[in-house]
Design a protein around this ligand. Sequence first.
Ligand SMILES: Nc1ncnc2c1ncn2[C@@H]1O[C@H](COP(=O)(O)OP(=O)(O)OP(=O)(O)O)[C@@H](O)[C@H]1O
Length: 420
Amino acid sequence: MVHKGDLVVIGICVGLALGILLAVLAFFGIRWYKKHAYLRRCANDRSVPTHPIRINGFGTSTEFSASLSNSVAAKASEYPQKSSQVSWWAHNNKDRFASASGIPRYPYKDIQKATQNFTTILGQGSFGPVYKATMPTGGVAAVKVLASDSSQGEREFQTEVSLLGRLHHRNLVNLIGYCVDKGQHMLIYEFMSNGSLANLLYSEGHILGWEERLQISLDISHGIEYLHEGAVPPVIHRDLKSANILLDHSMRAKVADFGLSKEEVFDGRKSCLKGTYGYMDPAYMSTNKLTMKSDIYSFGIIIFELITAIHPQQNLMEYVDLAGMSPDGVDEILDKQLVGGCNIEEVRELARIGHKCLHKSLRKRPSIGEVTQAILKIKQRRLAKEDTMSFADGDFSRVMSRIEDQQIELSKLGGLNGEA
Ligand SMILES: Nc1ncnc2c1ncn2[C@@H]1O[C@H](COP(=O)(O)OP(=O)(O)OP(=O)(O)O)[C@@H](O)[C@H]1O
């Protein structure tokens, strides 16, 4: 005989069991749905390369704080933006179509015309020759033609197109188009009229002043900061060198050549060593493990190139090590062109930053954000000094005019007294 109370308990138990079963079914049902939705999304995304998305072109670094925000806004107009760069091509290329990365693709004949059948060569890299392209509207670009026997090849070409399609910053050289046509691969960049930093440092002609060099180091720092801390996922450049720093008409520097870049998301996986002798981080060479700190090392080398105008393949590191032995050791290796034309304290400060970037221990190397801050401090200190000096000048003239006013008042008073 079953009691009524027992029936209630059994009922509750069955109810609970059913409830739990339903909850479990609902839980797994939702998980199943989410998983399938995710897989569907992945399948759709597969056609789109998973390269970094652009954050924005300006002010990714924290250093652009209130005090400098005005100058940033002003400087922004100095830099031709991608949209304007693209527009002159767009007007002239009706049959172009955009790649998955959003970079317009151009037919061979258009580029052949723009480069006047590839006549004006700007330079030659391991990728192939670079030509100047001029459009009827007056817009100028640089066209990099991938040599058929290129040692880098199509893989780098694709990296460059998909990476640069998503990365935009005023201190990165903008990719404005590409061409895959008639068996040719070409990359079309914004034109950097002052060529590479390496050319400026190591060939006769323009002498880079200290202020220009300091600004160039800051521009490079901003460019790398965007790659490391602004891009999602972060990007390691892997081939930072003075030949990959290009300068525009107003001597502002931009980081170029992303053919070897690697998304930080792949960090940790081993791959064959890539980079340029003299700029490659010894830690990376010995472990084959790539980190952002390898870019910091290469940047340290560029900093010392700016200070010394000694090429890293001409024993720069030996000079740098010697200079590191005393606080003013850098004075001995300073570029002759700078002697007497620079603030030696600023040079020493930049050298200190360079030494930190080259530290053997990866952990002791600064992050790029810290480097930017440190270089900015040098600039800010100078600006503050200039302000103080002009304030002192202002004070002086104010005092002088007060003395003059007082003399006039006194002479008036003297006149009054004489009259009395
Ligand atoms: N956007 C550009 N505007 C103006 N000149 C350019 C531009 N890009 C490249 N150049 C010129 O072409 C030269 C070769 O450039 P490229 O990037 O192909 O090779 P690299 O960086 O010098 O060497 P590597 O390919 O071995 O890294 C540069 O030194 C520069 O003078």
